[in-house]
Design a protein around this ligand. Structure first.
Ligand code: XBP
Ligand code: MG
Length: 253
């Protein structure tokens, strides 16, 4: 068993529950801003989450829900502009403090950092969304706690492809068996496990019925001392919430 050197976190759904009240709301604001009569309900957005990546999700929506919306040659620039506007609205939500970290996330990150562990991020969202989420929740200095922030278009193939996790491993100079990933979705675990990385899942309302048979552990959330987590699937957790001691017991069992 290799020594556990790094924790690599997914962002959307893992660090924070960003999709329903964050990205989805930002998309709808951008649609309104451009005078489009599109509206992504909570339910429709859940269907669209089958596609990782906001730009890719827009493309999927156009192809599967809109018949001949726009000439093909005009779509790429229109879509890119729409996504820039959406990102601006999303950052406003972050800066307004409307998207908090999930339980236990800040605690575990600070604990791992204090213990000298390497921290990384592997996400499909944009680097600016990551920087603004970390700054709004843990302070601007927290961005520098992460040795790599592998995000968005930095790789050609987004999750479920393993590329974004492989990019993080290469940047960290670590092998997959020295790292533990935290994810929330099937696309996410396929990506992490595809790169050979053991993974802990914290489900969200959008992902709780997905297939997590590849996960080391499936939880409802990381928990806090006064807010125990619940093990949904996988190996026994030796603590009532996920701290480094529980992780090491799991890792070196
Ligand atoms: C989840 C995603 C992202 C967000 C939207 O990323 O698929 O695309 O839904 O963000 P993660 P963008 O890998 O963190 O779970 O619009 O910036 O893509
Ligand atoms: Mg995610």
């Amino acid at each position: 068993m290799s020594e556990l050197k790094a924790l690599i976190f997914d962002v959307d759904g893992t660090l924070a529950d960003t999709e329903r009240d964050g990205h989805r709301v930002a998309f709808n604001k951008a649609f309104t801003e451009l005078g489009l009569d599109w509206h992504w309900s909570v339910e429709l957005y859940g269907e669209l989450l089958v596609v990782s990546g906001g730009k890719e999700r827009l493309h999927y929506y156009r192809d599967h829900y809109l018949s001949d919306f726009m000439k093909d040659e005009d779509w790429p620039e229109f879509m890119a502009d729409l996504h820039r506007r959406k990102t601006a609205h999303y950052i406003e939500l972050l800066k307004a403090g409307l998207i908090p970290l999930r339980p236990g996330v800040g605690r575990l990150i600070k604990e791992a950092r204090a213990a000298g562990m390497v921290l990384g991020i592997s996400t499909t969202t944009t680097p600016e969304n990551v920087i603004n989420l970390l700054s709004a929740t843990l302070g601007e200095e927290s961005v520098a706690w992460f040795s790599v922030i592998a995000a968005g278009d930095i790789v050609a193939n987004k999750k479920p492809a393993p590329d974004i996790y492989q990019y993080a491993l290469d940047a960290l100079g670590l092998s997959a068996d020295q790292c533990l990933a935290f994810e929330d979705s099937d696309n996410g675990i396929d990506s992490a496990v595809g790169a050979g990385i053991k993974t802990i899942i914290t489900v969200t309302e959008y992902t709780l019925n997905q297939d997590f048979s590849k996960a080391q552990l499936v939880l409802d959330q990381l928990g806090e001392p006064d807010h125990p987590c619940r093990v949904i699937e996988g190996e026994v957790l030796t603590e009532s919430f996920v701290n480094l001691h529980a992780i090491e017991n799991l890792w070196y069992r």
